[in-house]
Design a protein around this ligand. Structure first.
Ligand code: ADP
Length: 160
């Protein structure tokens, strides 16, 4: 049986922390689907298409990683693509409560889909898309935090 794992998120934009989680998942699961969630409640910097394009570029060496967008309930997307696992990243204790809430809700919606948590590398535990955007906006050096393609895209967005 092919175990398909979904790695969902906003990825606005993808950081080295996200990439670490995706690469770890790609080592364990035969097929990984990165789902860029089209969440209308957030006000994204990058369009869904731009985010997908960046993720495709930085994961191109992993033949078992597929990147696409999804809107609506994650569980419905997981069912549609035949995934039995959702992979989420954990940074610090502060992530825990939110993740527990989502995981419990997803389990209630579909018991057959399990959520797995991956702990990120220590040096990415403070890293988020929001902090990267904030530093990039004011011209700070983010080269250790995001892939070079993302650094270039951020510079372009902020006209640096
Ligand atoms: P969401 O809006 O769903 O939280 P994000 O794009 O912020 O979307 O995060 C997607 C996933 O990546 C989540 O599981 C989140 O915990 C994880 N993640 C984000 N940043 C990091 C990081 N620096 N290290 C590990 N995991 C991370």
């Amino acid at each position: 049986m092919t175990k398909i794992a979904v790695v969902p998120g906003s990825f606005d934009p993808i950081t080295n922390g996200h990439l670490d989680i995706i690469e770890k998942a790609a080592k364990v699961f035969p097929e990984v689907r990165v789902a860029v969630m089209n969440n209308s409640s957030k006000n994204p910097l990058f369009t869904v298409e731009e985010r997908i394009q960046l993720i495709r570029e930085v994961t191109s060496s992993h033949s078992n990683v597929v990147v696409e967008s999804s809107s609506g309930l994650l569980i419905n997307y997981a069912r549609k693509v035949g995934a039995s696992v959702i992979v989420r990243g954990l940074r610090a204790v502060s992530d825990f409560e939110y993740e527990m809430q989502i995981t419990s809700m997803n389990r209630m919606l579909d018991e057959s889909i399990e959520t797995f948590f991956v702990m990120t590398k220590n040096n990415y535990s403070f890293l988020s898309s929001s902090i990267v955007k904030e530093v990039a906006q004011y011209g700070g050096n983010i080269s250790a935090l995001v892939p070079v393609q993302v650094e270039t895209a951020l510079k372009k967005k902020f006209n640096h």
